[in-house]
Design a binder for this molecule. Structure first.
Ligand code: AMP
Length: 214
């Protein structure tokens, strides 16, 4: 396979992270999630982390300059030579324009599910404080309450997964990120996929729209 430079687009909680991980494993290319990078900065209490903590907690987007710099830097890494999957970037037209100056994206898979389902998915989500792996109290409950199945770290509810913040994030998505659907459609790079269904079903749909199945 040639290099694959892919963007996953969609509202928070649609399953981008899960699908990005599956794609990363299948194609042996890194999954790059600006949300994860920002959370690492917060955990390390860097100056950038201090700015990000407040913004993320309010359900708002971190400034374009910051995330563009993060991505510019990350894409220089040798592991991106054969491609990458971007999860959560770009989130604004300014970011998409900046990305187009850094590299050429092949395809943008947009995932969607209705907002009621998203709220249900995000409210039940718990994140491991050590390895950041996520589980869901109803869909994938941890074997031991409050403990990560993978590494034994303590699970917590991200502040941005609280109901009130979720609603703000969805509004922010509609206002700032949704215009990217038209942006990439106009550039003939958009592949919409319905995000309802099991993890494997959605994965097959993504492979299929990208022409990797049948
Ligand atoms: P995520 O894990 O992708 O839902 O990201 C969590 C939070 O990090 C978002 O709600 C934003 O506050 C911030 N964030 C992540 N990626 C970006 C981005 N590309 N632009 C601006 N803010 C971002």
């Amino acid at each position: 396979m040639d290099r694959l430079k892919l963007v996953l687009l969609g509202p928070p909680g649609v399953g981008k992270g899960t699908q990005a991980a599956l794609l990363s494993e299948k194609f042996g290319i890194p999954k790059i999630a600006t949300g994860d990078i920002l959370r690492n900065e917060i955990a390390a209490e860097t100056p950038l982390g201090k700015i990000a903590r407040q913004t993320i907690g309010q359900g708002k987007l971190v400034s374009d300059d910051i995330v563009i710099e993060i991505i510019k830097d990350r894409l220089k890494n040798k592991d991106c030579e054969n491609g990458f999957i971007l999860d959560g970037f770009p989130r604004t037209v300014v970011q998409a324009d900046a990305l187009s100056h850094i590299t050429d994206i092949d395809s943008v898979v947009s995932m969607d599910v209705d907002h009621r389902e998203i709220i249900h998915r995000l409210e039940g989500r718990r994140t491991c404080s050590r390895c950041q792996k996520m589980c869901h109290l109803e869909f994938h409950p941890p074997k031991k309450e409050g403990i990560c199945d993978d590494c034994g770290g303590a699970l917590f509810q991200r502040k941005d997964d609280l109901r009130e913040t979720i609603e703000k994030r969805l509004l922010e998505y509609d206002r700032m990120t949704k215009p990217l659907l038209k942006y990439y459609e106009g550039r003939k790079k958009l592949f919409p996929v319905n995000g309802m269904g099991s993890m494997q079903e959605v994965f097959s749909k993504i492979l299929s729209v990208l022409g990797f199945l049948g």
